[in-house]
Design a protein around this ligand. Structure first.
Ligand code: GDP
Ligand code: MG
Length: 651
């Protein structure tokens, strides 16, 4: 199909602004559906998964493919909740333009801001659709002013092509046109339209359309603008990547007849066909039952049938080309973020920059049988959603899941149950505390058991001392004159290491210690490997008690982004979490508070921040260092650990 007659775009905006409803209206307007579905009834084409129907929200991006007049239209309906922002980031890589919805009552919200930022970073052309203007308290004029002030002065209403605001805005995008306009006081239509189109494609103008999905107002204008002003895949902004051979920048020559190149933006699991890999073709063509070259993995992969996707339906096609967004089933080696091309003309695109998980929770399977299946099931979920991560805490042995927010984790747990029939309980992950010492000590560890028959005998003297921060453990052997036979020295070290891993006061590993074996004694018959291991372990435990042991906790570097009016609340709240404010900054229209905060105080931060700021704040967090836990808090943690240990021993 002629790439000039293709349009593909994404619908983005804050949750509840009407994206999914708009996608149904577009289908109805283009006569691509016999019955307009609604979010309330759970029968929309794009929100077809069980959890989307149940919760009445979009969770993952849905793709629609249909014909309108002579055009092939592909629309991606993205979710709006911050927890699923990864979907907006990845799906934006598949399209040439975006319609960004703004609620005519609520105006610009966090989700609107986030989407605008993502589209900016990709330099994607966009149209703003102010939705729900039929509502009594709608304030489109106020919202247009807000858009101009907060997003761009280049946003302009395009309802009437005679409006001198629009003509002036178009003229200002081109010096020659401006000159003409200033001389003549107007512009002829045949010059205005191409200039408007080129301004939109080059992000020099952002058309605004007002309307209402509920009353179908604005649908005609929106569809017309999409066909008239959005780029075809051949006209999209230049696409750059790297040549894997020399790592130099390389630009794609977009055309139907050039070499094939494409990008994998998403992987989904379909209940019938299994794993489906979603691919945007940028240039060239691809036929079913052939092969492509995966540049990221440096291998050739054979492919079966290619599909065009419309909601949950797939339509098999023989071949696809430049501009198409397609799916291929059951690929073995190809994953999300991979670049695809030909072996002769490879190009590597930047991988998708997914946000880092911000919250974690431990998961415990409810039954024995679930325990075996949980790892495999969780692994399958991470393939589909790169913002969902699974790890095992080597210290606490718990399985930890991490995600963008609590809604995100909640949905993943729901999928675990529905899709894999695995039920889990969520807990708070235990913080990975560590122990260390603050002074030196010299102690004896003596293990002696001599009551008839062969006994046990091991006797050691050790010195322990603190190591500089960041260093873990050192064992030094200073035995002279055979006080302990050489073959038992590794036994002592083994015993010491065991005690180090178990910790001496709270069950957490000890770090930052040098242990020097200085003296000891042995028995020719009773001494053994095991006896010296036990002596070493006893010595270390005793030494730690005398060496001023303290507890260390992980400290995180936190950045909180909020509108100005919440600054006081945010800093106050961080202080109450034992946070230290390190600085403040501005980023666009937002204030940034930088602080270091103990991890143990950050577990409910995602939802607390949401309620503190009415959903307008966001934050990022990364590990910084280990620091000593304040005495009072440490005593509680130690007491709890000892109580838990006692319970374990009694069982
Ligand atoms: N009054 C009114 N409600 C609308 C309009 N468009 C969508 N809605 C409602 O807004 C809610 C959210 O719509 P939805 O399409 O799920 O929004 P999304 O989260 O952006 O996909 C639903 O209850 C819709 O029925 C509109 O133009 N007017
Ligand atoms: Mg939706």
């Amino acid at each position: 199909m002629d790439a000039k007659l293709k349009r593909n775009f994404i619908l983005v905006g804050h949750a509840q602004s009407g994206k999914t409803s708009l996608s149904e209206s577009i289908l109805a307007f283009c006569k691509a559906t016999s019955r307009k579905g609604s979010v309330a009834e759970g029968n929309t084409v794009s929100d077809y998964s069980a959890d989307e129907i149940e919760r009445k929200i979009s969770i993952s991006s849905g793709l629609l493919t249909f014909k309108y007049n002579n055009y092939q239209i592909q629309v991606i309906d993205a979710p709006g909740y911050a927890d699923f922002i990864g979907e907006v980031i990845s799906s934006s890589r598949a399209v040439d333009a975006a319609v960004i919805l703004v609620d005519a009552v609520s105006g610009i919200e966090v989700g609107t801001e986030k989407s605008w930022e993502i589209l900016d970073s990709l330099r994607l052309p966009r149209i703003l659709f102010i939705n729900k203007i039929e509502k009594e308290n709608a304030n489109p004029a106020g919202i247009i002013a807000e858009i101009k002030e907060r997003f761009s002065k280049k946003a302009v209403l395009i309802e009437s092509l005679d409006s001198s605001d629009l003509i002036e805005a178009v003229a200002e995008t081109d010096d020659k046109l401006l000159e003409k306009y200033l001389e003549a006081g107007s512009l002829p239509k045949e010059e205005l339209l191409p200039a408007l189109r080129s301004a939109v494609i080059n992000c020099k103008l952002y058309p605004i359309i007002q309307g209402s999905v509920a009353t179908d107002k604005g649908m005609q204008e929106l569809m017309q603008a999409i066909l008239d002003y959005f780029p075809s895949p051949l006209e999209r902004p230049p696409l750059k990547g790297k040549d894997p051979k020399n790592n130099e920048e390389k630009q794609v020559n977009i055309s139907e007849s050039n070499d094939f190149c494409a990008f994998v933006f998403k992987t989904i699991s379909d209940p019938y066909v299994g794993q489906l890999t979603m691919i945007r073709i940028f240039s060239g063509m691809l036929a079913s039952n052939t092969a492509f070259y995966n540049v990221s993995k440096a291998l050739k992969e054979r492919i079966g049938q290619i599909y065009l996707v419309h909601g949950k339906e797939q339509r098999a096609v023989e071949s696809v080309n430049c501009g198409d967004i397609i799916a291929i089933a059951k690929l073995k080696d190809t994953a999300t973020s991979d670049s695809l091309a030909t072996e002769q003309n490879p190009i590597l695109f930047d991988p998708i920059k997914f946000p880092e998980p911000a919250i974690s929770s431990s998961v415990k399977p409810r039954s024995r049988q679930d325990e075996e299946r949980i790892s495999a099931s969780l692994a399958k979920l991470t393939v589909e959603d790169p913002t969902f991560k699974v790890s095992r805490d080597i210290q606490t042995k718990e399985q930890i899941i991490s995600g963008i927010g609590d809604l995100h984790l909640d949905i993943m747990i729901g999928r675990l149950k529905k899709r894999f029939n695995v039920e889990v309980d969520l807990g708070t992950p235990k913080v990975a505390y560590k122990e260390t010492i603050t002074k030196s000590a010299r102690v004896q560890g003596k293990y002696k058991k001599q009551s008839g028959g062969k006994g046990q005998y091991g006797d050691v003297w050790i010195e322990i001392e603190p190591l500089p921060k960041g260093e873990e453990f050192e064992f030094v052997d200073k035995i002279f004159g055979g006080a302990i036979p050489r073959n038992f020295i590794p036994s002592v070290e083994k015993g010491v290491r065991k005690a180090i891993a178990e910790g001496a006061i709270s069950g957490n590993p000890l770090v930052g210690v040098r242990v020097t074996l200085v003296d000891g004694s042995y028995h020719t018959v009773d001494s053994s490997d095991i006896a010296f291991q036990i002596a070493g372990r006893m010595a270390l435990r005793k030494a730690v008690q005398e060496a001023g042991a303290v507890l260390l906790e992980p400290i995180m570097e936190v950045e909180v982004y909020v509108p100005d009016e919440f600054m006081g609340h945010i800093t106050g709240d961080l202080n109450s979490r034992r946070g230290r404010i390190m600085g403040m900054d501005t980023k666009g229209k937002l204030q940034v508070v930088k602080a270091t905060v103990p991890l143990s105080e950050m577990f409910s931060y995602a939802s607390d921040l949401r309620s503190l700021t009415g959903g307008r704040g966001s934050y990022s967090m990364k590990f910084s260092t280990y620091e000593q836990v304040p005495q009072k808090i440490a005593s509680t943690i130690i007491a709890q650990a000892q109580a838990a240990k006692k319970e374990e021993q009694e069982e």
